[in-house]
Structures are given as structure tokens and as C-alpha cells.
Design a protein around this ligand. Sequence first.
Ligand code: SAM
Length: 221
Amino acid sequence: MSTSELPASHAELMDGVYRWQRHFYDLTRKYYLLGRDRLISGLDVPADGTVLELGCGTGRNIVLAARRYPAARFFGLDISAEMLETASAAMIREGLSGRVALARGDATDFDAKALFSVENFDRIFVSYSLSMIPGWERTVSAALAALSPGGSLHVVDFGQQEALPRWFRTLLRGWLRKFHVEPRESLRDVLESESAKIGASLRFRTLYRGYAWLAVVGQRS
Ligand SMILES: C[S@@+](CC[C@H](N)C(=O)[O-])C[C@H]1O[C@@H](n2cnc3c(N)ncnc32)[C@H](O)[C@@H]1O
């Protein structure tokens, strides 16, 4: 996808949010983007498999997943050129450039073949990005459409803090709003209906009393 096809205002917003934050993003987010490592260990990537992260940010997840699944090839998509600059430096530093391809694009509407010369992926994951993507439901359907037969979509994101104290939820929500993050109340419903449409199974788990939600949509091969 060429830059001109990106939703410019959202791309600019994300670049604005991350222009400075990207330099200390990984250090700070490890304390509150919970469940990401659990998602990575649950990917269970097949040998020589292909893995796409939508909204890959600094590339932190791809680096960890690439270490865990050393025979797999990885692809990262993000709308922010700023984040991709950090991600690309991380791949070079980690010696992963030959096994990881990064591209700028919109996770609600992407052409994987044009961006990566790969049409379908064995695993696709979205980590704490659906809560920042306007029209995030389209990311779910685009991801499912890009799965290989037998592939799976893995999602981790903020839950609704169902079993946490009301004051905590109010504080967290106020703080997240400053970063343009909105936990998606209908995440489970959307995953349920999208997986039903393609006859896939859904595993949906609540982590840390609703702080986070972790879901896996598995396609039948
Ligand atoms: C909170 S960060 C999560 C980064 C990473 N997945 C992680 O777990 O650390 C959200 C990322 O989603 C990206 N993003 C937001 N909207 C997007 C869109 N429409 N398409 C692709 N990426 C998007 C942002 O630029 C940012 O890098």
C-alpha cells in the first residue's frame, strides 16, 4: 500500500502519539500491556510457518516470537512510520532482518500480497492495537480473510475490567483515553460472529479479573 492510500488523519495521529513515546515505549508498556507473552507462547507456529502482526509497533512482540519460533518467517504491519522506524532498528539489532519484513499500512484494509508478496499466513496476531484502530471490526474480518487453511488469529487487548474495583476502571479508562485507546466492549461478540461466518472456533479468556482479554480464532483446515 502506498502512503497516499493510508487514512491520513489517523496515520498522523498515531505518528504524533508515538514520535517521542516510541523511545521509551517498551520500557513502560511491559508493566501494563499484560498477556502479550502468553499470546506469543500460544501461537504454536508450525515449522517454517508465516506469522503476521497487525499493529506491530516497536516490533517487541515479533522479536520475542522470532526467538521462540526460529524457523518461522515474520511480517509486521503498522500505520505509524515512527513506530516502524523503531521496529526496523530492532530487527537489525537482533539480526532478524532476513526473517522479518515490515510495512506501513492500515490494518483495516491491507493488501498483504502487495506489501509482503505473501497472501496468507499461518498465524496472525493483534496485540493491544484493536483498541486504537478506528473501524477495528474490519481488522478482524481482514485478518480472518488473510489466514491460511488451518491458520489462527490471536488477539490480546484491554478487557472491560469486569471484576476490578470501579475506581480502578475509571482511572484506567481516563488515562487510556489520553493515548486514544478505547477498550472494545463488543470484542467478544464481534469475534464470535466473525468466526461463526467462516465456521471457525473461538477460545476467549479473561485475564487478571478482566484487565485483559485473550482470544484465539481457529480456522478448520
Ligand atoms: C498500543 S500499540 C501496540 C503495539 C504492539 N502490538 C504491542 O503489543 O506492543 C498500537 C499500535 O497500533 C498501531 N495502529 C493504530 N492504528 C492502526 C491501523 N489502522 N493500522 C495499523 N496499525 C495501527 C499504532 O501505530 C501502534 O503502533
